[in-house]
Design a binder for this molecule. Sequence first.
Ligand code: HEC
Ligand code: HEC
Ligand code: HEC
Ligand code: HEC
Ligand code: HEC
Length: 216
Amino acid sequence: MAALFPAWADSVLRAVLVSGVGVAIGLPAALMAWARSPTSTGEGSPIPQPVQFDHRHHVRDDGIDCLYCHSDARRSPYAGVPATSVCMGCHAQVWDQSPELAIVRKSAADNKPIIWNRVTNLPGHVFFDHSIHVRQGVGCVSCHGRVDQMAVVHQAEPLLMSECLDCHRDPERYLRPRDEVTNMEWVPPRPQREIGHELALRYDVHPTTDCSGCHR
Ligand code: HEC
Ligand code: HEC
Ligand code: HEC
Ligand code: HEC
Ligand code: HEC
């Protein structure tokens, strides 16, 4: 059967798109360059928070798993931040007089959530889902960096479309066993390619590269 469109149609379509966009691009291009600069993606800069919560102490020193506090990441698009009750589960007993925790105690007493400032934020036109990444063996560290070494969380990766696609086109370079997803120090015991390939087959991993997979 003949192809629906001849091969050159694709090139023509591209050319039309590119030139069409080209005309209107001047100022927008400059704005976009700014929009992708580290200053505006927030990459690198620590975001001040209402409580001096320190991942280094909680994750490294106290050995608390990421999913103890970000449990929604297992089952929903959002990882979420923990409710005050999660903090009070320990801090009703541990360091219960600390002035650093005054806001946490007040939040519990008033039954009002703490308003944490967002660090990682995709534009509204992008769909993202934590649960599938967690289920299919993509480590938190691949996208968020060494959170366990951050006194104050900053965005470690710019999380641009190119980065999503880079992995979606060849996820075997990054896959790890599901139960190692939150391990910040996991290193492949055998060559990553080998393990990645096995896991991709076992978990049946085929990430989308269709525009509609991430833009809905
Ligand atoms: C004891 C609870 C707790 C544990 C354990 C914990 N976190 Fe968090 N996490 C928080 C709280 C509270 C915030 C919001 C305040 C902040 O940004 O520090 C947060 C914020 C974050 C953010 C920034 C959220 C945003 O707005 O983009 C990331 C990313 C994150 N955590 C990843 C992790 C990872 C990865 C682990 C495991 C290595 C982990 N967390 C373990 C409580 C926890
Ligand atoms: C599983 C127990 C546990 C949970 C849950 C927990 N913490 Fe902690 N937290 C600790 C321990 C233990 C320390 C003190 C030792 C240390 O720094 O490692 C601590 C220390 C702190 C300190 C420093 C206190 C000071 O005076 O310097 C702050 C602030 C804090 N936690 C905030 C939080 C917040 C906010 C949450 C909820 C998002 C939370 N913690 C959840 C166990 C916990
Ligand atoms: C494939 C990349 C990727 C992986 C893997 C990943 N995250 Fe995220 N995370 C993101 C992106 C992108 C956002 C911003 C989402 C948005 O703006 O809608 C985010 C946001 C967050 C937030 C802010 C609250 C929220 O739900 O938006 C927390 C907390 C967080 N991630 C924790 C984690 C933890 C813990 C893990 C591992 C269990 C993890 N993430 C794995 C990419 C990832
Ligand atoms: C390090 C690798 C990696 C990165 C980075 C990554 N992903 Fe994924 N993504 C995956 C894997 C693996 C799957 C699971 C695919 C499957 O089960 O077939 C997935 C699945 C998805 C899905 C569900 C649809 C599907 O493919 O089945 C969406 C939506 C998605 N990713 C969006 C994003 C976005 C948006 C980003 C960038 C912010 C991103 N991902 C970054 C590896 C990655
Ligand atoms: C795996 C997820 C993913 C897929 C697949 C994907 N995108 Fe994106 N896209 C993103 C993310 C994340 C952003 C926001 C960050 C950025 O601007 O790079 C984005 C931003 C954009 C933007 C905003 C303009 C810009 O460059 O800043 C456009 C336009 C876009 N995508 C078009 C597309 C088209 C067309 C396709 C199909 C060929 C596509 N995307 C496929 C994740 C994806």
